[in-house]
Ligand binder design. Structure first.
Ligand code: ADP
Ligand code: MG
Length: 384
């Protein structure tokens, strides 16, 4: 593709925090930015040069975004496929509609993992009541997940018996689902890869993730985060998955490390990911700069982690630790060396809402961990 040089405008579908951090990275490189999001107070819309405030399928809004933008990316995986198809007919769009369609659907996603010879959880695709009858015994106990539109643990239920499975399928409104065997997890990890139009690939180091209540809580990168062999395997698998999709852009692949030491792929996100946020402070090229580079056709260079890092997610719950709503004591957190605070400019705190994150960097993994635990204590985040 022809390179889109700084000075041009890059567009993004979606105005959440991932869009905001993309906009910041693009602007730092000298690009103008355009965001499409119906919310007038969306985190990315608030900081972008242009903000098209229409629905994602609004033809007029899509036309405005295209008119402004030399190329367009997305910041959430549930961008309607017809919108991407419309944009893709007139502008370079990365990631492409085909890859996004696969990542939007757990059944298709798992089929892709199998095609790439990367092991995933034993599972069955459930589309009708008859499929429930045919579920093999070894998938129970399991987790029933809607094929589409699930995130942060939403749209999934744990089931131990066939009766619970039938009830859960009703509770999820009988939409197409995937039933996965409940696996004995030792840990979770993920890898961010970036792939160019020409097929060049770079990646961040694999990172260790801790989820609480289905939402990412803590990420660690650097020495001691993961066994070397696990990290190498996860990176190899992620590159195969991106290559198999002929993916263009930033892709996050999430894995389970099982108690027997084996690695199983969980899911992928066709965009930068919460577990890669540490790269803004701990790598010389962040996941958002990788998104800009892949979109604009700029060279991809291998990012280097220059500090061990721990990322803590800042959920809306932290605004309510004293009962009434009040902002957390940022001044106490910022007094700790190596703490980098990122807040997304969201107007209302709600339990479970991602309001920001902080990254701790430092000379050694031990030092980073000690500071991260201090920050967690100040904020009322459970130790990890
Ligand atoms: P989401 O799209 O909401 O992130 P995931 O499929 O990643 O959904 O599931 C959320 C979390 O639930 C995972 O990070 C993991 O902790 C747990 N989980 C999901 N699937 C399984 C499984 N098959 N076995 C054990 N734990 C699981
Ligand atoms: Mg997940």
């Amino acid at each position: 593709m022809t390179v889109i040089l700084p000075g041009a405008t890059l567009g993004v579908m979606g105005g959440g925090q991932l869009g905001r951090m993309f906009v910041h990275a693009a602007q730092r490189l000298g690009y103008f930015t355009a965001v499409l999001d119906p919310d007038p107070a969306s985190p990315a819309g608030l900081v972008s040069h242009y903000h098209v405030k229409t629905g994602y399928l609004d033809q007029d809004g899509l036309a405005q975004l295209m008119q402004r933008s030399g190329a367009i990316t997305t910041e959430f995986e549930n961008v309607p496929a017809p919108a991407l198809a419309t944009l893709g007919a007139h502008r370079p769009v990365a990631p492409g509609p085909d890859a996004v369609a696969i990542a939007q659907d757990r059944a298709q996603e798992k089929a892709h993992f199998i095609r790439c010879a990367v092991p995933c959880a034993p599972h069955a695709v459930l589309e009708s009541a008859a499929d429930l009858e045919r579920v093999p015994e070894h998938l129970l106990p399991g987790i029933l997940k809607t094929s589409r539109l699930g995130y942060d643990g939403k749209g999934q239920l744990r089931v131990a018996t066939r009766e619970e499975l039938a009830r859960a399928w009703d509770e999820l409104k009988n939409v197409p689902c995937v039933l996965e065997q409940l696996l004995p997890l030792a840990a979770e990890c993920s890898v961010i890869v970036a792939r160019s139009h020409e097929g060049a690939m770079v990646h961040l180091p694999a990172q260790w993730n801790l989820h609480r209540g289905g939402i990412l809580a803590v990420t660690q990168a650097g020495t001691g985060a993961l066994p070397d062999a696990t990290a190498a395997l996860a990176i190899h698998a992620s590159r195969a998955i991106a290559d198999g999709l002929r993916y263009v852009g930033v892709l996050c692949v999430e894995f389970f490390l099982l108690q027997d030491g084996s690695l199983v792929v969980n899911e992928m996100a066709p965009r930068p990911h919460n577990s890669g946020h540490y790269s803004m402070d701990a790598c010389d090229v962040s996941q958002f700069e990788l998104q800009v580079r892949t979109l604009a056709g700029l060279p991809l260079v291998q990012p280097r982690l220059h500090s061990p890092a721990i990322m803590l997610n800042l959920l809306g719950d932290l605004w309510f630790t004293g009962g009434a709503e009040a902002p957390p004591p940022w001044e106490q957190v910022l007094a700790l060396p190596g703490v980098h605070l990122h807040l997304y400019g969201k107007l209302g705190a709600r339990p479970g809402r991602k309001m920001g994150h902080l990254t701790v960097t430092g000379a050694t993994s031990d030092e980073v961990r000690a500071t991260a635990l201090q920050a967690a204590a100040v904020l009322g985040i459970e130790p990890f």
